[in-house]
Design a protein around this ligand. Sequence first.
Ligand SMILES: [Zn+2]
Length: 265
Amino acid sequence: MAFTQPHSNEALSTADAIRCRITGAYDEKYGPDGYYFEDLLGVDRDLFEIAYKPGKWTLLHRFTLSHLWEQWNYYRKKSDEEFIKDAYRLIFHYRTPVSIRAHPDLSAHKDYLFEQLLQPMKQIAHEVFCILFSDKELMRAFSIKVSEAIADACPSEYPDYLEATGIMKRASFWPTWLREALFYRENGRCAKCSSSLTGVFDSTLKPQVDHIVPISNGGTTDPTNLQYLCEPCNKKKGNRSNEAGGFIYVPWEYSHSKLSRIRID
Ligand SMILES: [Zn+2]
């Protein structure tokens, strides 16, 4: 999905809300709404289907959509005119095709609009993913929360996906689009030691896909739990450590001494 416009305010504010839900700062900033992380994540067969092998609709997409769904559903119940105005704003912003039709009453009109919001919500969920995916420390926190949410899930209930209670089966097929996405996010470098993995400087450093939270610690094979490491870093990390690489910034340096000369009068 290509975006030809800047992120919407809705996507930016949702990204902040999702970040707060992951770090545990949500209640303090937005006020408690009674939803726990695992309520929004939803532990069911669909979750394991997503978590078992890398797909483009990730656990973070699912979590964000669930958050948006609950938010807008609450908004629908508590407001009339404002809800309708904001629903149309979102529908038009995301160019969702809606049919103009007569509704028997206000409630039916609101229900219709709520259904039409599913498409924009999915687009926002993808924008939120694009905004947050580069923050591996946040992805690590998310993956740890996911591992806690599935900790009690039994293989007898989900035999296709679980090896033991709370432990996923290992799938290690890495599609090209995923390798490219990880390579792009890490700027072609090892997420841990920043060695170049392009093969131009050192062709012996073969990039390896690493589970940030290892499978043996309850990690999933969802893209949110993956990073690229060089072979030595991957070997050193082993399968018990939940370590994530740091944020890899664009190669852009600025000098404090130059900035300090800028005067704001
Ligand atoms: Zn490395």
